[in-house]
Design a protein around this ligand. Structure first.
Ligand code: HEC
Length: 223
């Protein structure tokens, strides 16, 4: 009985709005190109469709993970939520990837990952660096967005990254003064944890989405 649950949980709820994940954003509107379905319009429409899919998947992932975490924190406090984060985050990612037919995940800033599988890849490093520079210059971490359509490997149509901000509840598990029982629970699962020491407002990492190229239909008969 070392953790004062009620106050902690209330605070965690406020911030767990995006625990482990960034907040969703408003659904963007997309204009259909009407009757003039020229080849270039069709190409533009399909590019926008890729971005829509990427954003929808990112939001689905954020929302589902957030809900799961909120429930876990309410039930067992932050220590229990660590287990949920560890097992449910990948499960939710898998389900969203299957449903939206794309790849997504979260990465940490270089050297600051908790799960070694979430260390940034080469393609993610430059974007993370740009996000970091923007945040150092006063921009909001959670508003960083990068969309890449050119120069991608074969089979990849679009890549999107969105900044993940450190918010008021995150320091319970990612801050400078993590409670001893939480720290122990983290160390047990993640002996090489590099994901503490964050202040509110800091860039924690990014959510990434990779949309695969669609197989083109031979005749342009699709709507
Ligand atoms: C209850 C403890 C807890 C809280 C609170 C928490 N996290 Fe985490 N976080 C974790 C754990 C555990 C992992 C590793 C999950 C895994 O193995 O995929 C993690 C992983 C992450 C990752 C993936 C990169 C990495 O280092 O593995 C990001 C990004 C992240 N958290 C951001 C946040 C943000 C932002 C908040 C606050 C809004 C937050 N977390 C709150 C426990 C927590």
């Amino acid at each position: 009985m070392t953790v004062p649950r009620t106050a902690t949980i209330a605070a965690l709820f406020a911030m767990l709005a995006s625990a482990c994940v960034p907040a969703p954003e408003a659904a963007p509107a997309i204009a259909a190109p009407g009757a003039a379905a020229s080849a270039s319009f069709a190409a533009m429409a399909s590019e926008d469709a890729d971005l829509e899919r990427a954003k929808a998947a990112a939001t689905a992932f954020s929302t589902q993970l957030r809900g799961t975490l909120q429930a876990a924190v309410a039930e067992g406090g932050p220590t229990a939520a660590i287990g949920v984060c560890s097992t449910d985050a990948p499960r939710i990612a898998d389900a969203v990837m299957a449903e939206h037919d794309l790849h997504l995940g979260r990465v940490a800033l270089p050297g600051r990952n908790r799960n070694p599988a979430q260390a940034a890849d080469n393609w993610q490093l430059a974007t993370l660096q740009r996000f970091q520079q923007a945040v150092a210059g006063g921009a909001a971490a959670g508003e960083q967005l990068s969309v890449t359509r050119d120069g991608l490997p074969a089979g990849v149509s679009l890549r999107m990254m969105r900044g993940i901000a450190t918010e008021p509840g995150c320091p319970a598990c990612h801050g400078k003064h993590v409670a001893p029982d939480v720290r122990d629970a983290i160390a047990l699962r993640y002996p090489d944890d590099g994901a503490t020491g964050f202040d509110i407002g800091d860039l924690r990492g990014a959510l990434w989405v990779e949309v695969p190229t669609r197989i083109a239909t031979p005749t342009g008969g699709n709507p």
